[in-house]
Design a protein around this ligand. Structure first.
Ligand SMILES: [Zn+2]
Ligand SMILES: [Zn+2]
Length: 353
């Protein structure tokens, strides 16, 4: 819960629908640990007894639509400044609720449009979300005073809750809708007819009660590597995961489904670890667009390679399952240690030595 309501000279927006320029809001909840900007905005709106859309119109004006874009990725600096002033929250804390904080950790350089490595896509269509870009852990949602959505749940390599070690979910188990907390009160007449933020916006299923599934693992060591990679996405490199390693993990995950001629990296790993393949979405699908089960499967296979990269990649190359040209394709700025490993595969004739 945020701080208690303090008496202000005006506790509602002006007749113009806007608040006076520098006034603190009556409700000044601070972001909870790792809370997403969009979730924080919804909590602030509800704290004021307003519908999310009404609240955002009062802050930003009706001409500035917030919910038809991925606001966690695209929040402009003036919006963050406004939130900082109105809630009395340091700007850096406010900026820390956006996905831009993963710059140079998970992806090299922020850009407003186009794919960003490891950032799940919402696939916005007006205010609807067609992609399953926000995951959740039901147990995390159920803990604490209020349910809220974490920033790390927007990251494609987070497939297991790092706290509860159960699988995350990427949709409502009852109606399969994507998670979109900002849509909860769209169809409700009374903004005070409040349902928790953890309710599915389409069918009112409480996501806190979704069954938490045990994670799938093909090999304990690789699973541990995957957990460590997930633990480090907040820039905590204590377990050895920095931008370079995430970049190589991403490149190899991509090659697991690449459809180049003579590339069978996935088949090679499956055979090595004795696991069975699962059905994967066909066509050109980026890793960030794949459903959770597919990402988890591909990450486990790639983590197996990463645990002992040089000899395992060498074995794959010797069996003709991967080539130098695809290992280096679309990978500018690859780390030196990776280039050194794949340089061994430059001359295909060496396979027969
Ligand atoms: Zn959890
Ligand atoms: Zn539902």
């Amino acid at each position: 819960m945020g701080p208690s309501v303090k008496t202000q000279t005006a506790q509602t927006p002006l007749s113009s629908g806007r608040w006076p320029a520098t006034q603190l809001w009556p409700i000044r909840y601070k972001p909870l640990p790792d809370e997403l900007l969009s979730c924080w905005l919804v909590r602030l709106a509800r704290g004021h007894g307003l519908k999310v859309q009404t609240f955002c119109n009062a802050i930003f004006g009706e001409h500035l639509q917030v919910w038809n874009r991925d606001i966690d990725r695209l929040a402009p600096p003036w919006l963050l400044t406004e939130l900082s002033i109105r809630t009395g929250t340091p700007y850096l804390v406010v900026a820390g609720t956006t996905l831009r904080t993963y710059e140079s950790v998970l992806y090299r350089k922020f850009r407003p449009a186009g794919p960003l490595h490891w950032i799940l896509l919402l696939k916005m269509y007006h205010r609807k979300r067609l992609g399953f870009g926000l995951q959740y852990c039901p147990t995390c949602l159920a803990e604490g005073d209020v349910p809220y959505f974490r920033k790390r749940w927007r990251v494609a390599l987070s497939t297991v809750c790092s706290i509860h070690k159960t699988m995350l979910l990427d949709r409502c188990p009852s109606c399969e809708a994507a998670v979109a907390a900002h849509r909860i009160d769209f169809n409700r007449l009374d903004p005070l007819d409040e349902v928790p933020i953890s309710f599915c916006h389409r069918c009112d299923f409480d996501l806190r009660t979704a069954p938490a599934a045990e994670p799938i693992s093909y090999d304990g060591y690789s699973f541990g590597v995957l957990l460590a990679a997930g633990n480090c996405i907040d820039g905590n490199a204590a377990e050895g995961w920095t931008f370079d390693r995430y970049a190589v993990l991403h490149q190899l995950c991509r090659l697991m489904t690449a459809r180049y001629k003579h590339v069978g990296l996935r088949g090679f790993v499956l055979e090595q670890i004795g696991a069975r393949d699962i059905s994967l979405t066909q066509g050109y699908v980026s890793f960030e667009m794949r459903p959770l089960a597919e990402r988890h499967h591909l990450l486990l296979l790639t983590a197996w390679l990463m645990t002992d990269l040089e000899p395992r990649l060498h074995a794959a190359w010797q069996q003709g399952c991967v080539r130098y040209s695809v290992l280096t394709k679309d990978f500018p700025g690859s780390p030196e240690w990776y280039r050194r490993i794949v340089a061994n595969f430059e001359n295909w004739r060496n396979r027969f030595l």
